[in-house]
Design a protein around this ligand. Structure first.
Ligand SMILES: [Zn+2]
Length: 94
């Protein structure tokens, strides 16, 4: 179950990584990005060195990760501190 959840999260994140037009920077310091997601807009903010998202998936089971923060990490890598996104489970192989 965890595997398939993880799998769909990664598939969605990859889609967002291929579509930079979904990511609109709305704030500089701290970094704030509006993500025009498949199911609506979501706000991702850099807070205390970590990316946080306002979507339901982010808070889901306390994982604190979602396709939006993964997309922001990908597109704004050079504006982020290391470990702005922490994987709550072991990093997937491959
Ligand atoms: Zn999100």
């Amino acid at each position: 179950m965890l595997q398939s959840h993880l799998h769909s999260l990664i598939a969605k994140a990859h889609r967002y990584q291929a579509e930079p037009e979904r990511f609109e920077r709305t704030g500089q310091d701290p970094l704030q990005v509006m993500v025009h997601g498949a199911n609506g807009d979501h706000q991702v903010v850099l807070r205390e060195g970590r990316l946080e998202c306002d979507c339901d998936g982010f808070a889901h089971r306390g994982e604190r990760i979602c396709a939006h923060v993964l997309g922001v990490e990908h597109h704004f890598r050079e504006h982020l501190p290391p470990n702005a996104v922490i994987w709550p489970f072991a990093a997937p192989a491959g």
